[in-house]
Design a protein around this ligand. Structure first.
Ligand SMILES: *Cc1c(COP(=O)(O)O)cnc(C)c1O
Length: 431
């Protein structure tokens, strides 16, 4: 399986090269040259499959030339060592909980899968690669955790000072070993800009091999398709048409769901739910794609003004707007609506949703007004404890802090303050 650049000005590469490059030399995102549907028998007999088998069958075609079967099985077993429950909270409304991994947000699976792939590719090579990543919150922790102790890989995380939650900051600043956190005096956009500058800095690239662990990387993006298959397996017996509502920021997760659909998963409709950063909901109204500077919201992991993976969705549909509209709707909700949803869900069902999950819930309910016969699954992308202040304040209840988070809070933060690109470069060259 080859991967090509969506800008079509760069050579096709193997999975391994796509993972190591992150982004193609022409700045395009990599895309698999084919998506071959799994046999009907796979979906008919999915009830009998272990999640690790489901994952193996689904990802094998994309990676098999670079990762032998036994290695792939080991990687999958290491990545997927926690559960993905589907919890029904109302009639025909269920939530797919993606927060049972080590950092309690859904990015753990992609980050771990990428870390394991890179670790395998560099095993015994004696070379080192530096993973450079900018985070607005959850990516940093997931990447730090996923890459901790992986040989041959150094991780440098840039985060905006004072703009991530306390728990998120602890998750990325307390691990040590091969993980370094740089605390940037600036916004997430500044962090992102510095990372992009580094990837283009020939002077720097003479001295080191750099790669990115943002969701543009195919090894972080593709494994997210597992979630949808796991949920399909659990909801299939309902005998209804299943729809997924995905709280979306960079649109990597929902795009992976659409790849699962191309693999033959019998699901027709996806709902992309966003906060007021509504670039895609606007696009789905009028076909015009207008990126805007991002606006801060209580669902901060979705504060994205130019969703980088949406181009992959458009490409999946060969940029045919009408066909895309048959499978995808997109709705935007503000913070007030999100808080009201958290409260409503809590009061009527006792379930505590996080702000991102609540946006997904709102998208689903809106869709079901017109499609009441469907079985809707919204993705709970983070544990509510990661957004403690907002959630406790909204439901006026105390939330217990899970063990794995509580232990973190006592650890000492270690981060190096930087304020511009020159300081980042100096750090990278010196270490
Ligand atoms: C990253 C993230 C999202 C957005 O996912 P995309 O794949 O970027 O659309 C949603 N919720 C949470 C909690 C996240 O961390």
């Amino acid at each position: 399986m080859k991967f090509y650049s969506l800008n079509k000005q760069a050579p096709q590469v193997s999975f391994k090269e796509a993972v190591i490059n992150g982004i193609a030399p022409d700045q395009g995102l990599y895309f698999p040259e084919a998506i071959t549907p799994l046999p009907d028998s796979f979906f008919n007999a999915i009830d009998d499959l272990h999640p690790h088998q489901i994952a193996f069958e689904a990802i094998h075609q994309f990676v098999h030339e670079d990762i032998p079967e036994d290695v792939l099985k080991t990687i999958i077993a290491q990545v997927l060592d926690f559960d993905f429950p589907v919890v029904e909270i109302e009639e025909n409304v269920a939530t797919l909980e993606l927060f049972h991994g080590p950092t309690m947000a859904f990015k753990d699976v992609g980050a771990r899968f990428m870390a394991q792939c890179l670790g395998y590719f560099f095993e015994g090579e004696g070379k080192e690669v530096t993973v450079l990543v900018a985070t607005s919150g959850d990516t940093g922790g997931a990447v730090a955790n996923g890459f901790l102790g992986v040989n041959g890989v150094k991780v440098v995380i840039l985060y905006p000072s004072g703009k991530v939650s306390d728990i998120q900051e602890k998750q990325l600043t307390t691990l040590g070993e091969n993980i370094t956190a740089l605390e940037v005096d600036g916004t997430f956009d500044d962090c992102q800009r510095m990372v992009k500058t580094a990837f283009l800095d020939q002077d720097l690239l003479k001295h080191m091999r750099l790669t990115s662990a943002n969701s543009i990387n195919v090894s972080r993006w593709l494994p997210q398709l597992f979630y949808f298959l796991f949920a399909y397996q659990k909801a299939k017996s309902k005998g209804k048409e299943i729809v997924f509502s995905v709280p979306s920021g960079n649109f990597g997760n929902i795009c992976a769901g659409m790849v699962a659909q191309r693999l033959g998963m019998p699901v027709q409709h996806f709902i992309a739910a966003t906060n007021v950063n509504d670039i895609v909901p606007q696009f789905m109204k009028n076909g015009n794609y207008h990126p805007k500077p991002s606006v801060a919201t209580i669902s901060n992991a979705m504060d994205v003004g130019d969703p980088s993976n949406f181009i992959r969705i458009r490409h999946l549909y060969k940029d045919n707007f009408d066909q895309l509209s048959e499978n995808l709707v997109s709705h935007s909700f503000n913070d007030e609506q999100t808080r009201a949803a958290i409260l409503k869900i809590y009061n009527s069902t006792g379930y505590v949703a996080d702000p991102h999950g609540a946006v997904g819930y709102l998208g689903l309910k809106k869709y079901q007004e017109e499609h009441p016969e469907t079985y809707g699954i919204f993705l709970e992308t983070a544990h509510p404890v990661k957004f403690l202040d907002v959630v406790e304040d909204t439901i006026e209840q105390h939330i217990d802090i899970p063990e794995k988070i509580a232990a973190l809070l006592d650890l000492e933060k270690r981060a190096l303050p930087i304020s511009n690109y020159e300081e980042l470069k100096t750090y990278l060259l010196a270490n």
